[in-house]
Ligand binder design. Sequence first.
Ligand code: C2E
Ligand code: MG
Ligand code: MG
Length: 953
Amino acid sequence: MSDIQDEYIKQHVSASQINNTVRLSRFFIVSILIVSAYVYGIYQFYFAKPSFYFNLWFIGTELLCCLCLLINSVYFKPDQFALAHAHRWLQVQNLVIGSCIASGMGLVYYYLPLYNPAFSHVHALILSALLLIVSQAFALTFLTQRLTYFCLAFIPAIFPYLTSQFINTETSDPLFHLTINFALIVILLCANITSRIHQRISSLYSKNNRLVENAKQQVLWTDELCKQLQAEINKSKDIELQLQLNNQLLEQKVKERTADIAKMNADLENQQQNLVLAHEIAGLRPWDWNIKDREILVTDSKQQKILKPSKLHHYQLQNIIHLDDIEQFKHAMKQHLRGQSPLYEASYRIQNSNGKWKWVHDIGRVIARDPVNKKPLRMVGIRRDIHQERTDQERLKLAASVLQQAAEGIFILDDQLCYIDVNPFYEQLTGFTHQHIIGKNLFDITANHKSQQRSSHYSILQQLEKIGEFDGELHEEFLSGKEQTIWMHINAITDEQNRVTHYIGIVSDLTERKLQEQRLSYLENYDPLTDLPNRFYYNYQLHQYLVSQQDSIKQLAVIRLNIDRFRPLNEFLTNSGGDELLRQVAQRLRLTNAEALFVAHLNGDDFAIVYEISPIHPSIQQHCEHISKAFSLPFNIFGQDHIITLSMGVAFYPENGRQLDYLNNCAEQALAEAKNLGGNTCRFYSNNNTALLEQGIYLERDLRHAINNNELIVYYQPKINFSDRNIYGFEALVRWNHPSKGIIPPNLFIPLAEQTSLISDIGRIVIQQTAKQIRYWNNIGFDNICVSVNVVAQQLQRGQLLEDLDHAIHTYNICGSSLELEITESSLLENSVTVKNLLNEIKKRKIHISLDDFGTGYSSLAYLADFPIDILKIDRSFVSKIGQNKQEAIVSAMIAMGKAMGMMVVAEGIETKQQLEYLQDLECDIAQGFLFSKPLPEKEATTYLEQHRLIPS
Ligand code: C2E
Ligand code: MG
Ligand code: MG
């Protein structure tokens, strides 16, 4: 290591010696240049004889020095030269300079004293010494980096001097030589010492440099190391951070895992509990049989696990299994234990502690077998209580067989009203098979093209949605082509939350019943012999025409017909012949009276025909002639021709009567007259014909029956005050609630009742019911209500009316002023004194008297003043004609008259607003008519009253 270092130092010292000498040699050359010039100058100045050789030396030396300077500065710029070249150049240069000095010395010392006598030897010594000493002093200063460089300049320079000591011994001064020699030796020694000093300095310098370089290198390395260290520190910090992060993550993960595990544990706990609960609810009892250790773990009814010896358990089990099931149980178990079945499964009955049998289902599997001999080691299973299930299944089977067998159509719908199941009867009813119906919506299997069908279906669906029930008759056209009248009952089935889950429908086939109803209705309304409407239907239809006469039919003619001398002919023809005759008569009447409103067979040989009278139709006279003509042709009864004639009686509406019975009476009277004239003729009713005929015998009997059976009911028609539009009261109007024919209007039975004592009975009933109703209305807060009842002449005459009124007033404890009697003008005519007295008695009880149908009777104004009449009721025939000038004049006159006489005026039959406004302008007091309300049953009348609250005036 030290060798390398020494070598390095050596090289470095040598390089620095060369470098320094190159740099310092310039100063040396310049100083030689100056010394040469100085020596030359001194000679020239003091010894004015120029010497060619000396001049040449001077110029040569100066030029050489300049050349050296030039080469130095051009080729040896600092640090731009090769050391070897420089070393060689320095040697050459120093040698050249030394030679120049030597030549100068030689010239001064040897030549010049010879050449110039002025120039003495002493001068030569001084000048040569000057040149030598000064140049060597400079050489000592600048060339001692290396002793060689110094010697190369020094030795040639002293050569002439040294030689001089030996050549000119006689002229030379020994002191001088001693001095000079000494000086030269000293210089040489100094040069040696200086060169050594320089060498040492260079060596130190190079060492120093090396140390500096080392130090620098060390610093660099230290920096590098520091950097690496910093990087390492950073890296370790990162790693630490990463580690911390990982640590945190790990902790988090551990926490999460712990929480998950805790949750899983809790879930497992819950599931365990759920399982136990599920087992308990489902009646599941798991068992675990360790065959090897002969132990079995069973679950009891409280879900407690009990470990038992398996032998004991099987012994106990066999004791409680039903004898019929034990074989099957053993067989299933053995088979599975032997590995002959993949699963052990058996259903059997076991006996409870209370002795009852219960169905259970046992299922299990061997879960471990001996690997060598395949004998079972462990078996697990579940026993389930299926008693309820078995019972339900049986019940379901039963229900299903009911569904299958039922003679009604039954269907089950889901909550969207789509078919889930239907029974065979329903399939038969609809004409569709099961698979065609299932999945379809309730009405998808019926025709829906008519708007009526659609709206009916829609309303059923709406009802089902609203109230979850539908019950009603439907006529359905199924898409299979079947058409049925059915009764459908649908009920919603709901769950515990009252949500509809299903609908169950029961459908009955009404086709047969409908046919029967039609047959019955036909039998009720038609005569089966002649196929013509019977008396009942005739009366009903005629009444309809009369009631609705204001709408379309203004005039009617009723023709009653009777076969002349029918009884003897009937006896002759025998019954079947008579029937045949009647059939043919009916047929001929139907054919000849095609334009008639209808032809009816009333009874026996009585017929009736109703015609509408209008200018565009033939007259009734013509019709009658036409009938007579038609009957001139014979009837062939069982092969024999018979000529028969007819008697006809005609009555006209409204001329001969407005009410049905009057009209019938009139027609019958006319017929009787025709008969009296010998038959085969037609008579028109005339008022002169007053003879009353025997009539309505059946109606009378039925009416009596109705009275006894309380079939008479009272309807109430509201009466309204014109002034404030409050309810003044009601008119009580009787109705016959016939058990089979429904509500029969009074016009159909009052005229007949008037001809018998029945009208008094009816009157009493009406008064009683009205009084009871007034009491009820009073009780619920309607105190000032006034209800009028209709009374006829017979009631006034018979003397029973007062008693009836008193009885009603006392029984129901009502005020007399809440009653009103409506009497007709005709009632006042007969026995007027008695009537007057009676009316006065009635007035004492504060009961009002009203004159009904004013204007239609005799309209004798005298009795208006004579009788204690409070109210005038203008008949609806006048009210209906409001709008016609003359009629209006009559109405206004009647109102004015009533008012003038201090009476209250009631207008009945108001149907239009125009009528109402007209009467209001005339200051009529009370209004009654369909515009406000039709006569209402008692409940509806109460509702009406409540809705239009009476404000007591
Ligand atoms: P009435 O006493 O003149 O009764 C008024 C009749 O006119 C009632 O017919 C009533 O329904 C009808 N009427 C009321 N307002 C209008 C209307 O705006 N337009 C039309 N077209 N008709 C209207 P109803 O109830 O058929 O009674 C008919 C007749 O029967 C009564 O005529 C009365 O004479 C008699 N009647 C009713 N109930 C009884 C009763 O209890 N006893 C007696 N003796 N006769 C009674
Ligand atoms: Mg009346
Ligand atoms: Mg009236």
